[in-house]
Design a protein around this ligand. Structure first.
Ligand code: AHR
Length: 658
């Protein structure tokens, strides 16, 4: 170990105003050869409909219970006058609809108010597309009024946007109007009422979306949230979760086949997170599946990510329901395996194939070029490998190029982990999914986790991870810093780890079940957490190949005696990115050297990017969305000079080889 306090260090300490720097530590970056290529899939995202991530989040639908299919068909709606619920509607899988009829008195009205998911949010100057399937069941021309009604008690009119729709057919038809909002209101109400009392109307699939969605797609995604994903340039996109894949019971597992085709006919499903935590119940939490597998694949294509869908392996969530009869028996597994094969056909099959034609009918005749498929989530016990094995056999036979992701269970180590990893090798999974929601000391001690992994057999997919501090299980900067530190170990081992995705991704401030999360929002605004910034920095400075970094012969990985420092380095064309994380409250000076070929020019310092703070236990929020943001600054480098690595900092030093 090198302990030095050079003149250069002293000068920098004084110049930077730091009162104390830890002893010098050498860091040699070998640019003579690369250790391994970094997979383009390395830094990705994990989507699960938890914390109102889909309905109420990324999926921009404002109406709650638009198809009247909640267990209480009028949940989310306030009806007045003469409103009846009927169940022989035009959409087989969503049969309920409402009939607005004569209220019986000239001075009364029949209609409905919808309070949206945490309110119907509108922005000043925004246009909102209202649509409804309707008919006049008894003939004649029925007229409805559609309004946006303000939250606060108004001086005069309640509504601030209004349109009328005439319904003149006894056949079901789709009607659409645009409502223009002259104000911002996070919690407006959508009101619909019958103007023509003598002529009843039937209404089904009542919907309201901003016109300004991601890519301007009608019925599309919330723009700010999709943009936050695009800005991460995720290499891989895992969907649709997590435990939601498994369901509390198999009947409510995530069934991708229910999520494709016309949205009106995608059946509602329970959301597995509605009652998971006794301290946070969300009885209104359902999945409309408006954000379904077609939309996931399309989003992957939009933002350049490899899609990684996960399918149920015939096991319900073992945490919630581990009795043998909660699961599909081996004899019953056929339909689950067929669902997986059909999914690959949906993504990649020719437009003439059964499921490829569904994709084509939705507007995408070209293949989505699916390369990865996960089977099972956090499974454990022998029941998992014995189910995975026939999946692998069938997939290999039908689609030999598709890489299969198996699971190592819910824990980062321990009995199940030790049992499942060899099983994954035996079965021949291409990648193994590892999950770790762990406290500070775990992250600090796992910098070398992958150094000793076998280089043969399955690769690692670090599929769910986040620093969950005891007593501080919420987003804060220090947790993100430890994630950054740990990620140097992933990067140094890019030959073994091929994918990594922080989890969960999204959370609504009024509807969360699980913290911390990467991106938070209310109905109008969103912010990106410090953990998001860390993920983005790794993605932005991903590089093409890993370089060996040694500190006195060992990796700098937070090991004992290494002063809480972690480091890694990558090459990206003619650029070198050296990442150093200081997890302590003391500055450290690092004596950097490049090992280079004889006569090769010395790398030249370009600038550095830094995420740092002394305010450890808070994060960005809706009012201060950029409190924790990376800053760019100049730095100087001459061979053997010391870099001052400030306390609590994640630093990326950028060098040019030109
Ligand atoms: O990310 C939240 C949950 O954590 C996932 O659904 C599950 O896989 C894990 O337990």
């Amino acid at each position: 170990m090198t302990h030095r306090l050079t003149a250069c260090t002293l000068a920098l300490v004084l110049a930077s105003g730091l009162s104390f720097a830890q002893n010098g530590r050498s860091l040699e970056v070998d640019i003579t050869k690369s250790v391994a290529p970094i997979q383009p899939t390395m830094w990705g995202i994990f989507f699960e409909d938890i914390n109102f991530a889909a309905d109420g989040g990324l999926y921009a639908e404002a109406v709650m219970n638009r198809s009247f299919e909640y267990p209480n068909p009028l949940q989310g709606w306030k009806s007045f006058g003469n409103v009846t619920v009927l169940d022989d509607g035009p959409f087989e899988k969503n049969p309920h609809y409402v009939r607005l009829s004569d209220p019986g008195h000239a001075h009364k009205r029949s209609g409905l108010d919808n309070s949206g998911l945490f309110g119907v949010a509108v922005k000043e100057g925004g246009d909102y597309r209202f649509s409804v399937w309707a008919r006049a069941p008894k003939g004649g021309t029925g007229k409805i009024r559609v309004e946006l009604v303000q939250t606060a008690s108004p001086a005069e009119k309640q509504y601030f946007a209004q349109k009328k729709i005439e319904i003149a057919s006894t056949e079901w038809q789709k009607y659409e109007v645009i409502l223009h909002s002259d104000r911002t209101d996070p919690k407006a109400t959508l009101r619909i009422f019958l103007e023509t009392s003598a002529t009843p109307v039937d209404l089904e699939h009542i919907s309201l979306f901003p016109v300004d969605t991601w890519k301007g797609r009608p019925g599309g995604l919330r723009k700010d949230l999709a943009q936050a994903l695009a800005d991460l340039h995720p290499g891989v996109f895992r969907f649709p979760g997590g435990c939601i894949v498994e369901g509390s019971e198999l009947e409510t597992r995530y069934n991708w086949k229910n999520t494709v085709g016309p949205v009106e006919n995608r059946p509602l499903n329970q959301n597995r997170w509605e009652y998971t935590f006794q301290y946070r119940f969300y009885p209104d939490y359902f999945q409309s599946y408006g954000l379904g597998f077609y939309e996931f694949f399309q989003l992957c294509e939009d933002i350049g990510s490899e899609p990684l869908p996960i399918v149920n392996c015939g096991l319900a969530c073992q945490y919630q329901n581990d009795s043998p009869d909660a699961h599909a028996s081996l004899d019953e597994l056929g339909s689950y395996i067929q669902d997986a094969l059909d999914l690959i056909e949906f993504a990649n099959g020719s437009p003439d194939s059964k499921w490829g034609s569904v994709r084509a009918s939705m507007g995408h005749p070209e293949s989505f070029n699916l390369k990865y498929l996960g089977v099972g989530n956090e499974q454990w016990g022998s029941e998992y490998p014995e189910r995975l094995e026939p999946f692998v056999k069938a997939i290999r036979e039908a689609w030999p190029d598709v890489k299969i992701v198996g699971s190592s269970g819910p824990n980062s180590e321990g009995e199940q982990f030790d049992y499942l990893w060899p099983e994954m090798r035996r079965i021949g999974a291409d990648l193994v999914d590892e999950h770790f929601y762990r406290p500070y000391d775990w992250f600090l001690s796992q910098g070398a986790r992958y150094d000793s992994y076998s280089r043969k057999g399955p690769k690692v997919f670090a599929g769910e991870y986040a620093c969950h501090a005891k007593g501080k299980k919420y987003n804060h900067f220090y947790a993100s810093l430890l994630e950054a530190a740990f990620m140097t170990g992933i990067e140094r081992n890019a030959d073994v780890v091929h994918m990594a995705t922080y989890a969960p991704l999204f959370a609504h401030v009024e509807g969360w079940q699980w913290r911390p999360d990467l991106i938070w929002y209310d109905n109008l605004n969103s912010y990106r957490t410090a953990s998001y910034q860390v993920q983005k920095l790794y993605s932005d400075y991903c590089g093409e190949s890993v370089l060996k970094t040694l500190s006195d012969g060992s990796p700098l990985c937070g090991a004992e005696g290494q002063d809480g420092l972690f480091a890694s380095a990558v090459q990206d064309g003619d650029k070198i990115y050296v990442k150093v994380v200081n997890t302590t409250d003391k500055a450290s000076n690092i004596c950097l050297n490049f090992k280079k070929k004889r006569k090769a020019a010395e790398p030249r310092a370009v600038e550095m990017v830094q995420l740092r703070s002394d305010d450890l236990y808070s994060d960005n929020d809706l009012k201060n969305p950029e409190k924790y943001s990376p800053v760019r600054k100049p730095f100087e480098y001459t061979p053997g000079s010391d870099l001052i690595c400030e306390p609590y900092s994640f630093n990326i030093y950028i060098f040019s080889l030109k």
